[in-house]
Design a protein around this ligand. Structure first.
Ligand code: DAH
Length: 339
């Protein structure tokens, strides 16, 4: 019986040693120490032993039971620890990992210009309206009083889709849309893209941006036009910006003018940036031609209006001293992030 007990002890300690799972420990306990376990089975046979043998075997059996139990508890403790460590390891946050930096984007300089212009005119009570980039020959030329042989009508200058439809060459077409749709008083600006068959160079692009302005009401004069544009230029460029109004011709305005800003580099003295002029042209403007008002069903005897059109690229380049227009389209972040 002694040998049997020793064999049980050895088997039990072996199983404990090799066990890798807490649940397995319980199974081992049942196998060896449970009511129907191997050790219990031996003890049940104690009756067969002699009076001298019984206490000796009894003590031995108890010692073995205690040892198995103790070893099991220790093993369970160790396995529990391993389990916790494993869990901690799995759930660990690596504080040394650098998170990707989230860089906030910002508006493109041309969009910034459009937003600034819109804010200034909105402050004067203007509404900002949108117009389609594909429009009719009627709205881009005819109703704007453009001469039959005006060079911009030529297919070598303009992208036609068919005889009556084209990519607008100017945002002035929006003037017609607005006057066809609403009656005076009107005060709108309309920024957007325009298209011309131009070769790309430092100052030209076949796609560029303009911002149109139109005001129609009773009793408007050239003084209103001047005051509005001077106020705009000072808001946009700064209080000390001076403007120069030069007579010009546009089919849709009479009288018409071109407006120059004083050169930011030489302040009017003349330098390479302004090609010795001291001034840089930034917009065209004038009093809306009576024919244009009439074409849109507005009586020029009752109403008058003024209109203006500015180049967004020009304004942006002038403000930020950008010398090559192509930089505005190349999407080079090192360039764009400066603005
Ligand atoms: N549409 C003209 C251009 O593309 C700019 C312009 C000039 C617009 C005079 C106007 C204006 O509204 O009155 O060159």
């Amino acid at each position: 019986m002694k040998e049997q007990l020793l064999a049980i002890k050895e088997k039990a300690l072996d199983s404990i040693e090799n066990c890798t799972d807490i649940k397995e420990c319980d199974a081992i306990r049942i196998t060896f120490l449970g009511k129907k376990g191997q050790l219990t089975a031996i003890l049940k046979q104690m009756g067969r032993l002699s009076a001298e043998e019984r206490p000796v075997i009894g003590q031995m059996a108890n010692e073995i039971r205690t040892e198995i139990e103790k070893t099991l508890v220790e093993k369970q403790g160790r396995l529990k620890l391993v389990q916790i460590e494993k869990k901690l390891e799995e759930e660990a946050v690596d504080v040394t990992v650098s998170l990707k930096e989230h860089k906030l984007g910002k508006a493109h300089p041309l969009t910034q210009t459009i937003n600034e212009i819109s804010a200034i005119f909105a402050g004067m009570g203007y509404t900002v309206v949108d117009g389609p980039e594909i429009d009719t020959v009627a709205r881009v030329f005819d109703l704007l009083n453009a001469e039959e042989n005006h060079p911009s009508r030529d297919p070598s200058d303009t992208f036609y889709i068919d005889d009556n439809t084209l990519l607008r060459t100017q945002t002035s077409s929006v003037q017609i849309r607005v006057m066809q749709e609403q009656k005076p008083p009107i005060a709108i600006i309309s920024p957007g893209r325009v298209y011309r068959r131009d070769e790309v160079d430092a100052t030209h692009s076949p796609i560029f941006h303009q911002c149109e302005g139109l005001v129609v009401d009773k009793g408007l004069t050239f003084g209103d036009l001047k005051g509005t544009l001077i106020y705009f230029a000072k808001q946009y460029y700064g209080e000390d910006m001076e403007l120069r109004f030069r007579p010009h011709h546009f089919p849709f305005t009479e009288p018409s003018c071109e407006i120059d800003c004083q050169c930011f580099k030489c302040h009017g003295k003349g330098c390479p940036t302004c090609k010795g002029e001291g001034w840089i042209e930034i917009l065209g403007a004038g009093m809306v031609h009576p024919n244009v008002l009439r074409n849109c069903g507005i009586d020029p005897e009752i109403y008058s209006g003024f209109a203006f059109g500015m180049g967004i690229e020009r304004l942006t380049m002038f403000k930020h001293e950008i010398e090559d227009m192509r930089l505005l389209y190349e999407n080079n972040l090192r360039f764009l992030s400066q603005f």
